[in-house]
Design a protein around this ligand. Structure first.
Ligand code: PLP
Length: 399
């Protein structure tokens, strides 16, 4: 475990040495900061082998192809999944991946689409649009306060089930996700997991989970802005791409085309056009960096300290019963956006609002806008003291 402060961090590891001493960033659930080595890997690509992948025969192009293949393999290895069973495709972000896959699935094979009420809009809205476009039944399941999903078996019959394994509101986990996978599969359905919040903190759970498809964002894993889909090859083969273009076809006639059908290039079905090569190089470095040490436990420890301190302040209501590296709260007497603006004056960057979970927070729970704090590997014990100090002052001023 690596609990050094930023000062020590700067001299020993230098991962976040570029941060200004006053800056206290706690919006990691949106995007994590990038360690210097990830930034360097992107710059290295631009300066030394700035080529397109997948179609170029020169030396730079070959280097890109090698690195991109390596990154796909690294991501599978990170989750202990086999390249025989799963394919990795890169996308713009989690939202894009979800939309692309849901609109490419052989929807006729399924009876309904099922999601849960606590989802990010990037799940809630595509499930709605796919249901509407295909005249498919849609069920929105409830999630308990501990994050587990409430269902009965009949709801899973031939269902496309799409839900998060960790919520971006307050880090609550879908505790019964393994049971859900078993029950979905037993009834002829598929399980598509929004892993945007889970790839760092829930790596072991996802490794054990028999998902059909998993969506994630490198920018929530200390990598560049980039998304990915990890999908069973057997499922991807049945998909008809909704977005189509360069890099996906083996032949094109005036009025028809043939998709690449090579088992080793199935990812092409989800990768229309030129990709974010620099981002993929940075992501490879981020995966290496994540695998080299425990990046999560120190962040959780910082969050726990702040959670316990904020919880005790008068008028504060936490949305989660137990701390996690992401948590949210509101004050009975002060507006969350006003609180966030006051934090900003002390160089503390927090989020306020509904975090793209309007339906659940506003309409199911009837809550006011929240303050969300999410911690990462860069946070120090000085940050903890600064946040606790500022919170007490802000809530006193706004009372
Ligand atoms: C749980 C969850 N799902 C999906 C998303 C969407 O991710 P992106 O903006 O990278 O598409 C987010 C973003 O915060 C998220 O937290």
């Amino acid at each position: 475990m690596n609990l050094f402060s930023r000062k020590e961090n700067q001299s020993e590891a230098g991962d976040f040495a570029y941060l200004q001493p006053n800056d206290c960033y706690i919006d990691v659930a949106c995007q994590s900061l990038r360690p210097q080595c990830v930034i360097d890997a992107e710059v290295d690509y631009y300066q030394h082998y700035n080529a397109c992948g997948g179609r170029v025969k020169h030396r730079w192009g070959e280097q890109v192809d090698k690195k991109v293949d390596q990154t796909r393999a690294q991501l599978l290895k990170y989750l202990g999944k086999s390249a025989g069973e799963y394919e990795v495709a890169f996308t713009l972000n989690t939202t894009y991946g979800i939309n692309m896959v849901l609109h490419a699935l052989p929807v006729g094979e399924y009876k309904r689409i099922v999601t849960s009420d606590i989802e990010h809009n990037s799940v809630l809205l595509p499930t709605l649009s796919v249901a509407q476009c295909n005249n498919l039944d849609r069920i929105v399941l409830s999630r308990n306060d501990d994050g587990s999903v409430v269902y009965d078996f009949t709801q899973l019959e031939n269902a496309i089930v799409v839900l998060n394994s960790i919520s971006n509101i307050d880090g609550r986990q879908c505790l019964n996700i393994n049971d859900l996978a078993r029950d979905v599969h037993a009834r002829g359905g598929i399980l598509c997991v929004d892993g945007a919040q889970a790839m760092v903190s829930q790596r072991a759970t996802l490794s054990r989970l028999d998902f059909d498809c998993l969506f994630g964002s490198s920018h929530k894993m200390y990598g560049p802005s980039l998304g990915f889909v990890i999908i069973k090859k057997s499922l991807l083969k049945k998909c008809t791409p909704a977005l189509i273009g360069g890099g996906m076809v083996s032949d094109v006639l005036k009025d028809s085309y043939t998709l690449i059908n090579d088992d080793n290039q199935l990812y092409s079905r989800l990768e229309p056009g030129l990709q974010n090569w620099a981002g993929i190089m940075g992501f490879s470095k981020a995966l290496e960096w994540l695998s080299a040490d425990d990046r999560y436990t120190p962040a959780l420890a910082r969050a726990q300290e702040v959670y316990e301190g904020v919880k005790q302040l008068p008028g504060v209501i936490m949305t989660n019963a137990t701390p996690s590296s992401t948590f949210a709260w509101y004050s009975k007497s002060a507006d969350a956006h006003e609180i966030a603006l006051m934090y900003s004056k002390s160089d503390i960057m927090v989020r306020s609002g509904y975090f793209c979970c309007h339906y659940y927070l506003q309409h199911v729970k009837n809550l006011p806008p929240l303050v969300r704090m999410s911690f990462g590997a860069h946070n120090t014990k000085e940050d903890v003291a600064k946040i606790l100090d500022a919170t007490a002052t802000i809530l006193t001023v706004l009372r």
